[in-house]
Design a protein around this ligand. Structure first.
Ligand SMILES: C[S@@+](CC[C@H](N)C(=O)[O-])C[C@H]1O[C@@H](n2cnc3c(N)ncnc32)[C@H](O)[C@@H]1O
Length: 244
């Protein structure tokens, strides 16, 4: 995918659950499902992944491929807050979303409402401004958004990033689809993530393609198919075989 396409072609769209997403008109590729960006993020990344560690880990180290709109980060932040859990969230992003787009995203209130329905007693009174804080946080250094949530965004490609060993408990693999960026779904990338994974790691992705399953398996992950979010039959959850 050409960089100039990524920089020049943003279009804000409203998905079926009322939440925004970004779409690249010329290649007809979006950041999220048109059936609902927040619903998809909850279904693919929060509930079958980070939420599974609540109760067994006091601190969860999350790695996200593609920070993008910050939607997964903000939902993770709210979910962790509701559960009084510490999160160190690391994301890599090659092409940051420009300010005039991220300031228009309608996620702050909708994400709070989404998590509040699961945790009616949780107090999100001071969280409304924290969505933008995720975007204004410095690149390439750790920012304490709250005492419980630290964000490190790396402005580089996943191919170039150096990752620590044995660290991440949750990996959100949210790259553009393999037909647009096949190089991001390769064994080389999954080998890198495997080395960076803690034994309890859970990796989830919306993509269930045969080549992706084979590449994950070849890197040492054991995969399971889960029912996909609305509009998709299946999604993938991967764990490290030796730790099962
Ligand atoms: C499907 S979008 C998802 C973004 C984000 N998770 C969200 O919910 O908004 C994929 C993201 O990967 C980023 N990206 C594309 N190529 C990349 C690369 N080689 N390394 C890191 N990020 C990349 C894109 O800029 C985009 O933000």
């Amino acid at each position: 995918m050409e960089n100039n396409l990524l920089y020049n072609d943003y279009e804000l769209v409203v998905t079926d659950d009322g939440s925004h997403s970004i779409r690249f008109a010329t290649i007809d590729e979006g950041y999220h499902s048109t059936h609902g960006a927040i619903k998809e993020a909850m279904h693919v990344y929060i509930l079958p992944n980070m939420a599974q560690h609540i109760g067994s880990l006091n601190t969860i180290n999350v790695f996200e491929m593609g920070f993008g709109t910050g939607l997964n980060a903000f939902l993770s932040y709210l979910y962790a807050k509701a559960n009084n859990c510490q999160v160190h969230y690391t994301a890599v992003e090659a092409y940051p979303v420009p300010k005039d787009i991220y300031t228009r995203l309608n996620y702050a209130e909708l994400c709070i409402n989404e998590i509040q329905t699961l945790y009616p007693e949780a107090d999100f009174d001071n969280c409304i401004n924290d969505f933008v804080k995720l975007h204004t946080a410095e690149w390439n250094s750790a920012t304490r958004i709250t005492p419980q949530f630290t964000l490190t965004k790396h402005h580089c490609t996943i191919q170039d990033i150096n990752l620590p060993k044995n660290l991440y408990h949750s990996i959100y693999y949210d790259a553009f689809a393999p037909q647009f960026q096949p190089e991001l779904w390769s064994k080389d990338i999954f080998d890198k993530l495997c080395l960076a994974s803690a034994p309890q790691v859970i990796l989830t992705t919306y993509c269930c393609k045969g080549d992706v399953k084979r590449a994950l398996k070849a890197s040492g992950y054991t995969i399971e198919k889960l029912p996909g979010p609305k509009g998709k039959r299946e999604m993938l959850r991967a764990k490290i075989e030796s730790a099962l």
